[in-house]
Write a protein that binds this ligand. Sequence first.
Ligand code: SF4
Ligand code: SF4
Length: 240
Amino acid sequence: MSGKQIPGQLSRISPGEVFSFLCHDRVSCFTHCCRELELVLTPYDVLRLRLATGLSSSELHEGYIIEELTPEDTFPRFYLTMVDDGKASCVFVNDAGCSIYLHRPGACRTYPLGRGTTRDESGVHEQFILLQEPHCQGFQETTVQTAQRFMKSQELETFNRFNDRLTAITQHRKIKDGLELTNEHISLYRLALYDLDNFRAQLADKRIEPPLDIPEVVYEDDEKLLEFGLQFIERLFFDL
Ligand code: SF4
Ligand code: SF4
């Protein structure tokens, strides 16, 4: 593997650059990467966790999600709960692997890659880094991957689409220029993006009335509701 070296075990790689990697349930490190981690959840991850567990967004926040807003941060962060089993295991890992595999979060799918984006007039541009941790035996396998191929195999398209919409908010020029958000703004950000059941209920009984037409489909389709939530927050914060 080539690639520009950046600190630690990280290398920057181009989308078509090859590396050897395969994860499967016979590797000696199986599920090691599901322990002792800080797993940040995106709005689309929470949407998928609702599908995986059958829980409402309130129930997920109560039992499975830790929320943090530090004085340095503009936006709250949401982390998946780890279990106090001496190994800080993910709440969804067991001996057979990930119990919510079909709906696992985007960061779990992307590992051992990391994906960043920049945007300009011509659109969104992806950059990738490869994280080679000593415990990860997947790099001893002979299967040849590229970042592009690996991302496709992990069915990340919808995750990335929603995450790019979120980044357009959190990395917006006005935010970088120091736009001050009120507590109400932050509450609505949390509601519209991370608490879809309550967002839907509050739209239905007009406790919140966004300055946008509300498509009927948001009452039945979670992805449409999240798209509407992103549009609502963009309008509220940036008047887009
Ligand atoms: S959600 Fe699944 S893949 Fe992700 S850390 Fe937990 S057990 Fe591992
Ligand atoms: S540490 Fe690497 S090879 Fe082992 S289970 Fe995790 S991703 Fe797969």
